[in-house]
Design a protein around this ligand. Sequence first.
Ligand code: ZN
Length: 162
Amino acid sequence: MQHDNNKETPTAVDESRRKDDEKFMRLALAEAEAALEAGEIPIGAVIVCRGRVISRGHNLTETLCDVTAHAEMQAITSAANTLGGKYITDCTLYVTVEPCVMCAGAIGWAQIRRVVYGAADDKRGYHRYAPHALHPKATVTAGVLEDECRALMQDFFKGKRK
Ligand code: ZN
């Protein structure tokens, strides 16, 4: 394979990836808003495979009375059903808030190779407790539409304290 020395190329690729990341994060945010409307903690996720959204999910812990019903878990289960296989290697998971330890483990089991999240979660995020939980080849992009993702969470918890 020939290497292209044109410096413009990586920049254009990066820019196009950034635009895609924001586009898909907006869909995850729409899921988070659906969670909020249902009285759930507003976290949403989508899984994208080769440019196509194959699953969406949002937090359902109240609705299902199930502490494991996080947005990522819903999206992973649904993606595996859609693709007809438990490993969803060629996929990117977009989630509005940094995954917790449980979800990072599930993302690792599913062999998802790219994770994009919006707001960091310093209290329950996987980085702090299980930084190696994802697949060893997985790459992570943090901070996509971070302010919007965080604002939804802050509004929710402010509302709870009233
Ligand atoms: Zn989780």
